[in-house]
Every structure is written in structure tokens, then in C-alpha cells.
Design a binder for this molecule. Structure first.
Ligand code: GAP
Length: 440
């Protein structure tokens, strides 16, 4: 019986608390009082974040013959950001409250200071969100570098390199996962908006006439990806940006939005960037970034359709939608109903007691599963407590080794969601778990 529906007003606090307590996400630099805008991913969180990224890579690169990956540098020279338009236009409107002196992003506060309630502010000024630093020991303009505020530009600047190396032709894509940095005026809502975060972006290069169709295709394909990984349909929606709100590079953007505890908000943007980026970089660098179509004997600048997702923001959405409380045999339990592909551990091996003969069978079972599944091994506390601990972190299967296992060479497989327990021969265990997770 479900007892804490997703409408629970404390959902965000509960997830933040669980994330800290169980080792998903820690506030950074906590022993020094914290550094509000950054987070560290703990032993379970690092597994889950890797799984989110792997699920994206699997869908966007591994299962496609039209998309290749790259991993470009985080540091870049000013020339890239001048050409991309970020130096001039990647700004948010910054205001100071005249009463308490707090700084805010004007478009996020509805004219009232969230700190002191004042309605008196300075004039808004454009605040550039890029982190500027120095590369090398030389002081001065020549050594200025920026931390990338999006992974996208590395895909545009390498357009010719990728074409030459792979012989791809439009429609084709280049995908990248990596850290991006933005000096957000108001980082907030846990890992929703932080100054250091991870993106999963893909630039899909198409013939200009085909761009509208591909734009529709990628909006649907990206929406379906979240559904496939367990986000309920009613928690997702599409939001098409009004023309006047588009980013400087965009001809049209539709966001995939998730219903966060504060309302629907952006999970991913799918933009039609036109030929903006390749043209800008061609003009600024003097190197032509075009495709030669042998069929028509013509050069053209491809249009770009860009699905741009946040890995850390997606992980937060998966955690929020997986969090449930229900009642099992009169006891309240917290359970993360995570898709097995995202769960930090897919299997927990639990010897019923610490007796050496049970531990030795359990270790053999563990070693049989470890090449195929991320496994936890837990011998502490009662078996009931251990099941609850695994439910709370979303482990889909617990494998219990008991004294009968020594006789019948079988173990008990417990399902997280139904709590149903099934006896399975140890020799059949791997096949059984692979079948249950849809793997052959
Ligand atoms: N290349 C296009 C681009 O970067 P964006 O909408 O600014 O587009 C794409 O960012 C995604 O990156 C967002 O939908 C969000 O998931 C994630 N993202 C952006 N800023 C973020 C931040 N400060 N903290 C966490 N995630 C962020």
C-alpha cells in the first residue's frame, strides 16, 4: 500500500536527506562550512550518475550507426567564446536588493527580494556566467581561458576532424558527456542548478531542408528516453519556447520538462541551432566548416539539431520520481523504485549469518555475479533490516544465502518492488537475473 504519494510536500527534503545519509550526494567542502553551489557524488551516487550517463551513451551512441562520440577539452581560448556568442550574450540580469544587499537574478524573483521582502533594487545589469581563468604562468590577455559553459562548442570546433576521421555524412551526430561550468547567480534546489554540473549533449548535423523533421524526431526520441527509464508520463511534458525567449543561437527550442517539487521545470532542451555555430566558427577562424555533397556537387553548411541534457539534473529527476514510501507487513518502508539500469547496485548478496560456511558460499555467489552486475555485499544486522536498507537505495534484487543453501545449492531471490521471494539454484542464478532484467 502506497502511503506517501508523489505529491508529498516534503519530497525534496526527504530525497536530499536520503541522498546524504546513504551516500548518493554530499554537499561539497562540508567540513569547511560548505560551498553552496557544488556537490560531491558519494559511493552510491557515483554508481548512479555513471549509470545515467551510460544509459544516455547506450541510446545515443552505442545503439546508433549515425552518431559518434568525442571528449573535448574543458578549457578553451577566448576566440571560441567570442565566435559562439557566449562572451557577448551568455548573461543573466543581475540586481542588488537595496535593503539587504543580497544579489538576485531579476527574472527569477518577481520583483520581491526572497530574503527580506523589499521591492527596491538596483537597475539590472548583464552578468556573464562564464568562469574566466588564466592558462599558463603568463599574466595578461593572451593567456585568458574560460571553463566551458556547455559541451557543445567542442563538437562544432571538431566538425572537420570528425568528418575526416569517420567519413560520416549528414544526417549524423557527435555526442559528448562532460562537465560544464556556469557562474549561476542563484544556484538552487539541490543539484538542479549548480555552478559545476555535467551535461550530455549531441549535435546532429542535417541538410537545412530536413531540419524541421529531425527537430521533431529528436524531441520525441528524447522524451521517450526518460519514459523508458521509468519517469511516469504524467511527470513529463513538452514546452515550446516563444520566439522572443529563444537563446541567441536558436531557431526553435522545445524543452522536456519534469514536474519537480516546485513545479514543471527544464530537464533538457532540444534546439534547432540552424547553421549559426558552424557559420560563426568558419567566419571567426577562417577555416571552412562545410559538407561537400557529392550527389549535388555542392558545398553547404549543415543545420544542427541539439538535444542538450543535464546528467546531474536528470539523476535528480530519476531520484525524485523513484522515491516512494509504502507499508509492508504493518511497517513503513522507503523504497527507490529505480530502473535496474540506473540503480547504484543491481544485486545485494546477503548471507543469513556470519558463519564461515555461509560466507564462503556467499562470496562464491558474489564472484559469479560481479562481472555482470554491480553488487553490494552486506552481512550486518538482521535480514529484515538489510532488505530495508537495500530497498531504500533502490537495489532491485537481494540474493540471500541461508543454511538450506548448503544442502540444496539454492538461494532466495527477493524482488524489491513486490517483495516476492523465489528459490533459485545457484547454477541458474545468473541466467535468472539476466532474464529478469531483460538481458539474454
Ligand atoms: N548547449 C545548449 C545548452 O547548454 P542549456 O539549456 O543551457 O543548453 C542544457 O543546458 C541542460 O544542461 C539543461 O537542460 C540542464 O539539464 C543542464 N544545465 C544547465 N545549466 C545547469 C546548471 N547550472 N546546473 C545543472 N544543470 C544544468
Amino acid at each position: 500500500m502506497e502511503i506517501a504519494p508523489q505529491g508529498d510536500s516534503n519530497l525534496l527534503d526527504k530525497v536530499i536527506n536520503l541522498a546524504k545519509r546513504r551516500g548518493f550526494i554530499f554537499p561539497s567542502a562540508e567540513i569547511y562550512g560548505g560551498f553552496r553551489s557544488t556537490y560531491d557524488y558519494g559511493p552510491l551516487g557515483v554508481n548512479m550518475l555513471r549509470n545515467v550517463k551510460q544509459a544516455w551513451w547506450n541510446a545515443m551512441v552505442q545503439r546508433r550507426s549515425d552518431i559518434v562520440g568525442i571528449d573535448a577539452a574543458i578549457l578553451g581560448p577566448p576566440a571560441i567564446w567570442a565566435a559562439s556568442g557566449h562572451l557577448e550574450t551568455f548573461t543573466d540580469p543581475l540586481v542588488d536588493c537595496l535593503k539587504c544587499k543580497e544579489r538576485w537574478r531579476e527574472d527569477k524573483i518577481d520583483g520581491v527580494c526572497p530574503n527580506c521582502g523589499s521591492t527596491q533594487f538596483t537597475e539590472a545589469r548583464a552578468f556573464n556566467l562564464m568562469f574566466k581563468t588564466q592558462a599558463g604562468p603568463v599574466e595578461g590577455e593572451g593567456a585568458t581561458a574560460y571553463l566551458r559553459p556547455e559541451t557543445a562548442q567542442g563538437m562544432f570546433t571538431n566538425f572537420n576532424n570528425v568528418l575526416a576521421a569517420t567519413r560520416k555524412k549528414p544526417p549524423f551526430g557527435v555526442a559528448q558527456i562532460g562537465k560544464s561550468f556556469r557562474n549561476e547567480i542563484t544556484p538552487q534546489n539541490f543539484v538542479f542548478r549548480t555552478r559545476e554540473f555535467e551535461q550530455m549533449e549531441m549535435e546532429y548535423f542535417v541538410a537545412p531542408a530536413d531540419a524541421p523533421e529531425w527537430h521533431k524526431y529528436w524531441i520525441k526520441t528524447r522524451y521517450d528516453w526518460y519514459i523508458d527509464l521509468g519517469i511516469p508520463v504524467e511527470k513529463l511534458r513538452l514546452y515550446e519556447h516563444a520566439k522572443e525567449d529563444l537563446s541567441h543561437y536558436s531557431k526553435g527550442t522545445t524543452d522536456v520538462e519534469f514536474e519537480f517539487p516546485w513545479g514543471f521545470d527544464e530537464l533538457e532542451g532540444v534546439a534547432n541551432r540552424g547553421d549559426y555555430d558552424l557559420t560563426q566558427h568558419s567566419n571567426a577562424s577562417g577555416v571552412k566548416l562545410e559538407y561537400f555533397d557529392q550527389g549535388t556537387n555542392e558545398h553547404y553548411t549543415p543545420y544542427v539539431i541539439e538535444p542538450a541534457a543535464g546528467a546531474t539534473r536528470a539523476m535528480m529527476a530519476f531520484l525524485l520520481s523513484a522515491y516512494h514510501e509504502d507499508e509492508i507487513e504493518g511497517e513503513v518502508r522507503t523504497v527507490l523504485r529505480l530502473d535496474w539500469r540506473l540503480a547504484p547496485y543491481q544485486v545485494a548478496v546477503l548471507p543469513l549469518s556470519k558463519k564461515p560456511e555461509l560466507e564462503s558460499v556467499s562470496k562464491a555467489v558474489l564472484e559469479q555475479l560481479q562481472p555482470y552486475f554491480m553488487c553490494d555485499y552486506d552481512v550486518t544486522q538482521s535480514i529484515g533490516r538489510r532488505y530495508r536498507r537495500q530497498d531504500e537505495v533502490g537495489t532491485p534484487f537481494c540474493v540471500t544465502v541461508d543454511f538450506d543453501s548448503l544442502e540444496d545449492e539454492s538461494v532466495t531471490v527477493r524482488d524489491r518492488d513486490t517483495t516476492a521471494q523465489t528459490r533459485v539454484k545457484i547454477k541458474d542464478l545468473l541466467g535468472e537475473l539476466r532474464a529478469r532484467t531483460g538481458q539474454r
